[in-house]
Design a binder for this molecule. Structure first.
Ligand code: DON
Length: 609
């Protein structure tokens, strides 16, 4: 077990001595980067693949995927595993995994409706539409929304879980206390933030430094041990007392005390009033498949479905020679412009403004698709319609997605987030976790939408208790009533395009999921009016640029930019085989549950020996 979870292999004096010497040598030989820009991203790895008849978990970390697979092997269902993975990611991928952010969990129980367990953060009661009009700071206690994760996990577990709650939390208590072996992705993630001058120097980040900083201010290296004893205690309390400890108990007190000290907005009343919801899935047919996505306050479900319906309507065709070709990129960029414009115009918390019915309809998607020229880009200004666009400068992305299927075909697609990397980076003292900075997902300046991507449309303005609009797009796809695909990704607004492009490749072009996840991605979000390409595939851009510029597109390729980290599962109901694929972009692991031999069969085998 210890080996499997990659705890430090040994605590013997010899091993520690050896490790210390290596680290010392590295520190003396390699000059320490002084700023976040100098931290080198891990080399490109291959996608990670697993195949099974008994269940698969795909997440951002080896340990979290293994913990989820163990829960499935212990007889837990996909929701039990999802709860355990969510806790494990809070320990092993703390830039995004969390108990103090929010998200969306799509659940597809066999032969039942797919639902969305929605646990998006809310605005504290003291805000109004103008509260953040002049606000600039992204990493400040004021940026924290009222967290939803624990109420969400509690709700999912109460409705669908089969194993005791504490059994799902315990593996994470253990890894937090005993420590996890830092891999190259976690080292990169920690070092990027710890080398920021604000984090190094400002008093409000002292608790962050205490939690995540390495002794003597050294950089983290793959192979180091990260222990999180405060988080272990917090998780122990949650295992015993449930989510109430966080919303009304001792943990709530610590959160409120930090808010008071650091100028945050969340009160004890805000925490007490927080509720997660079960919402219907947004669903629709595309090419014989039924897609199920997250209901608002995520824009993900509606926008991905709108884009997929438009992609089907314009007749996107597979090109076996090219992944992607200029026609496909042109059409998908035109689709995104229109879909992201409608997202800004109509989508927000459904408890505060009603979503127009046409946004759910196939006819509307068809009509929008008819407006697209095959040869000429339409400018984003023209697509804006009645939304006034200002011409002033500006804007700023951490989220994590996991996919699970169990041996009975129950599927979970979960995306949750702290918003930015390590959220607002303010940790309530002694709790071992950082808070989200999700208030940044509201529209801050009423009426102010600009060409750099800031949006000021009315539906997503701030209000007390309101949920900020999200782009999280966990999806489940069924064919003939059976699960066919589970997918999602992090990446802010790029999530919608990452997920759409994987669905186009798999559902419209019939490409295997592994190719769809491995292949290059691009992004258009209405404003800025540009197609942004990943920087990894030089050849692809050279091939596409001339033709796209000729049609009126602007192209950008920011150095080092990679789009999302999509972890998915495809399922063949005929052979009951699931294939899990973890993206290469931020690391990730697909872990298969070993074939479970029924007891009877075992007995027969034993008898015959
Ligand atoms: O909910 C949202 O849309 C954003 N807060 C997600 C942020 C995100 O994906 C950042 N990850 N890379």
């Amino acid at each position: 077990m210890i080996e499997k979870y990659k705890f430090t292999a040994s605590s013997t004096a010899f091993h520690s001595f050896h490790l210390c010497c290596c680290v010392l040598m590295l520190v003396t030989l390699i000059p320490l980067p002084s700023s976040a820009e100098d931290i080198v991203r891990p080399e490109r790895a291959a996608v990670d693949i697993a195949e099974s008849h008994s269940g698969i978990v795909v997440s951002d970390t080896d340990i979290a995927s293994q913990i989820g697979a163990d829960i499935l092997a212990q007889g837990g269902n996909a929701v039990d595993a999802a709860v355990a993975v969510a806790f494990a990611l809070a320990v092993t991928w703390p830039e995004a995994g969390n108990i103090s952010g929010g998200g969306f969990m799509m659940v597809a129980p066999p032969n039942e409706e797919v639902v969305c367990v929605e646990y998006r953060e809310t605005a504290p009661a003291c805000v109004d539409e103008h509260s953040f009009e002049k606000w600039q700071e992204r990493h400040h206690a004021q940026m924290a929304g009222v967290p939803g994760t624990l109420r969400g996990l509690e709700l999912a577990h109460k409705k669908y879980g089969s194993l005791p709650w504490d059994q799902l939390v315990k593996p994470s208590i253990r890894i937090a206390r005993e420590g996890i072996v830092v891999d190259e992705y976690l080292a990169y993630s920690l070092n990027r933030v710890l080398t920021l001058s604000s984090i190094k120097n400002e008093k409000r980040f002292a608790e962050f430094r205490r939690l995540y900083g390495k002794a003597n201010g050294e950089l983290w290296q793959a192979g180091d041990l990260l222990k999180q004893p405060d988080l272990a205690i917090t998780l122990e309390i949650i295992a015993e007392q449930g989510a109430d400890a966080f919303y009304t108990g001792g943990i709530a007190k610590k959160i409120v005390a930090e808010m008071e000290e650091q100028g945050g907005l969340i009160t004890a009343e805000d925490l007490k009033n927080y509720k997660a919801n079960i919402r219907p899935a947004v669903s629709g047919q595309v090419n014989g498949y039924t897609l199920y996505g997250a209901y608002p306050p995520s824009s993900g479900g509606i926008t991905v479905l709108l884009q997929m319906r438009m992609a089907e309507a314009v007749g996107l065709e597979m090109d076996p020679e090219n992944y992607w070709n200029a026609d496909q990129v042109h059409l998908l960029a035109e689709i995104s412009k229109r879909a992201f414009r409608d997202r800004a115009a109509y989508l927000a918390d459904p408890d505060f403004s009603s979503i127009p019915e046409f946004m759910f309809s196939n006819q509307y998607a068809q009509k929008q698709a008819e407006k697209i020229s095959r040869n000429q880009a339409t400018s984003s200004i023209e697509v804006a319609g009645e939304i006034p666009i200002s011409n002033l400068p500006e804007e700023s992305l951490e989220t994590t997605h996991f996919s699970i299927i169990d041996r009975n075909g129950m599927a979970v697609s979960n995306t949750y987030t702290l918003e930015g990397t390590f959220g607002c980076r303010i940790a309530p003292k002694g709790t071992g976790f950082v808070l989200n900075n999700e208030m940044g997902d509201f529209n801050w300046i009423p009426g102010y939408t600009n060409q750099q991507g800031r949006i000021g449309t009315k539906p997503n303005l701030m209000n007390p208790g309101k949920r900020m609009l999200s782009s999280q797009s966990p999806m489940i796809v069924r064919k003939d009533g059976e699960v066919a695909l589970i997918i999602g990704s992090p990446g802010g607004r790029t999530i919608i395009n990452t997920v759409t492009q994987i669905l186009v490749q798999t559902l419209l072009f019939d490409r295997p999921l592994v190719e769809a996840i491995d292949g290059p991605r691009f992004h258009h979000q209405w404003f800025p009016d540009e197609i942004k390409f990943e920087s990894d595939d030089q050849e692809q851009l050279t091939r596409l640029t001339r033709s796209l510029i000729d049609r009126g597109h602007t192209i950008s390729r920011p150095k080092g930019w990679l789009q999302g980290s999509a972890h998915g599962i495809e399922y063949d109901p005929l052979t009951r085989t699931a294939v899990g694929v973890a993206d290469w972009r931020r690391g990730g692991k697909a872990v298969a549950v070993p074939q479970i031999v029924p007891l009877k069969e075992k007995a027969v085998t034993n008898d015959s020996q």
